[in-house]
Ligand binder design. Structure first.
Ligand code: NDP
Length: 454
């Protein structure tokens, strides 16, 4: 007997969970299919465990660099096994909470892989035996299966880790080569280095974090050098070999790097293969599912949210897409996701945060002479008695004609907390004059945002 639902959600990550709960709150009979732990990339192998590792790295960095504040750093040791075990336990606890919250909404959870049989029917497959466990059907099906790491197609690629593997480790490696210059590569380079691992980072271009405001990239490059990360630019990984218990990476230049481990962080791709979608001939947008502004695919019964569509692949974006989908299709509330000012952070140490247009993008859109830049870079007070005098940077991008603030960028401790709040004012259409008449809160780093005049 096939079970019949009003909505089947495939993938219990941030977007899927949000959609399922919102639809159930309107009285819909909802099922959710998940092959791994409930929680998805963010909770299980992304934002949450990563941020816990970041806190460990910040704490260690502060402990060993605070002698000027009268704090002795002798005897400090870092036991990565304790940290990794605690992180795993916390992830399991959070996954349990998410599972319980589904029970509270009377959402049926099916463990296994979801596979399309028709546009309304799904088979749930046991990943171990490949056998069909159940068949369920629904008028509406939401795909929210997320992404998976994209590995480089080179000899020896299976010897390298992806970010998923990091959270399965028992201890941290002594040395690591990190390939890539995006979010994941930069965050892990910072975590590992600040917790004592020797780190080499390899990028194919000239700059870290392509697409971000170039001043942010430059600040990160300075911090990368200060932290002792060996950054190799304009080179590519050609092959990996295992030699005498170590890994040897051969680069396109012919240079070889011996290291304990290699992390490949060269982007992520939608994890659509297990779904058996081909026969449905859904319209694609490159590797992503093509959806309209209501997250509907080219098949009116099938919807998609999260990292499988070509929108910012970020947790809050997926959650909002999920909620908007359910509001629209289970409560007739026609609303759309606001993609205009999506704040972003890269949790390096110090962290990078940004909202709105970069200087480069603003000049491209509005032309150079119509853009005014306000910028300051200084040693934050918290580093006064530290040997490592890393600087922070704040920047405002303004449209000279309208005075509208187009972008705010910050490199420095707690910048993510600050930019989250700044993004409210950008969404409300704030002008530079309104920044200027706002009273400063002293002594803080963020007061510079309202006192910059040149
Ligand atoms: P990114 O897209 O951020 O970065 C990919 C990196 O890999 C870039 O430096 C890119 O170089 C490089 N690259 C791509 N292809 C190749 C190749 N063939 N050879 C060499 N280098 C290559 O991907 P990530 O994997 O870091 O992260 C995936 C996504 O996860 C992010 O886009 C983000 O949406 C999300 N994420 C968000 C986080 C946050 O919000 N803090 C944290 C972690 C992930 P180039 O610049 O030259 O193209």
């Amino acid at each position: 007997m096939e079970l019949q639902f009003d909505l089947i959600v495939i993938g219990a990550g941030s977007g899927g969970l949000a959609a399922a709960k919102r639809a159930a709150s309107y009285g819909a009979k909802v099922a959710i299919i998940e092959v791994n732990k409930v929680g998805g990339t963010c909770v299980i192998r992304g934002c949450v465990p990563k941020k816990l590792l970041v806190y460990a790295a910040i704490n260690k960095k502060n402990m060993i660099s605070s002698e000027g504040y009268g704090l002795k750093s002798e005897g400090i040791s870092f036991q990565s096994d304790i940290l990794l075990k605690n992180v795993r336990e916390e992830v399991s606890r959070l996954s349990g909470l998410h599972k319980n919250s589904l029970d509270k909404f009377n959402i049926s959870i099916f463990e296994g892989l979801g596979r399309f049989k028709s546009q309304n029917e799904l088979e749930i497959i046991c990943p171990k035996t490949n056998k069909i466990i159940k068949k369920i059907s629904s008028e509406k099906i939401l795909i929210s299966v997320g992404g998976k790491p994209k590995k480089l197609d080179i000899p020896g690629k299976d010897l390298a880790w992806t970010s998923d593997d990091i959270f399965e480790l028992d201890i941290f490696p002594k040395s690591i080569l990190i390939v890539g210059g995006g979010y994941i590569a930069c965050e892990f380079a910072s975590i590992f280095r600040n917790l004592g691992t020797e780190v080499t980072q390899l990028i194919r271009g000239e700059k870290l974090l392509n697409g971000f405001d170039e001043d942010l990239s430059s600040c990160l490059e300075e911090a990368t050098a200060l932290a002792g990360i060996n950054l190799i630019t304009k080179n590519q990984l050609k092959s990996i070999e295992s030699i005498n218990g170590k890994l040897e990476a051969t680069l396109e230049s012919g240079n070889k790097i011996q290291t304990n481990n290699i992390l490949i962080a060269t982007g992520r791709v939608p994890n659509l293969d297990p779904l058996n979608l081909d026969f449905l001939k859904l319209k694609m947008d490159g590797p992503y599912l093509d959806v309209d502004e209501f997250n509907q695919t080219s098949n009116p019964n099938i919807f998609a949210v999260g990292d499988i569509i070509n929108k910012p692949n970020l947790t809050p974006v997926a959650i909002e897409q999920g909620r908007v989908f359910s509001d629209n299709f289970f409560n007739s509330k026609k609303r759309k996701v606001n993609y205009e000012y999506v704040p972003k952070a890269v949790f390096t140490i110090p962290e990078i945060s940004t909202v709105g247009l970069s200087e480069q993008k603003a000049k491209e859109i509005y032309s150079k002479e119509n853009i005014e830049i306000f910028k300051c870079k200084f040693t934050p007070m918290s580093n006064t008695f530290k040997e490592n005098k890393s600087k922070c940077m704040l920047k405002i991008v303004v449209n000279k004609i309208t005075d509208k603030v187009l972008g705010c960028h910050m490199f420095g401790e707690t910048s993510s907390e600050i930019i989250q709040m700044v993004s409210i004012s950008l969404n409300a259409g704030i002008t530079k004059k309104e920044f200027d008449i706002t009273m400063a809160l002293h002594p803080t780093i963020s007061e510079e945002f309202v006192t910059m005049y040149s």
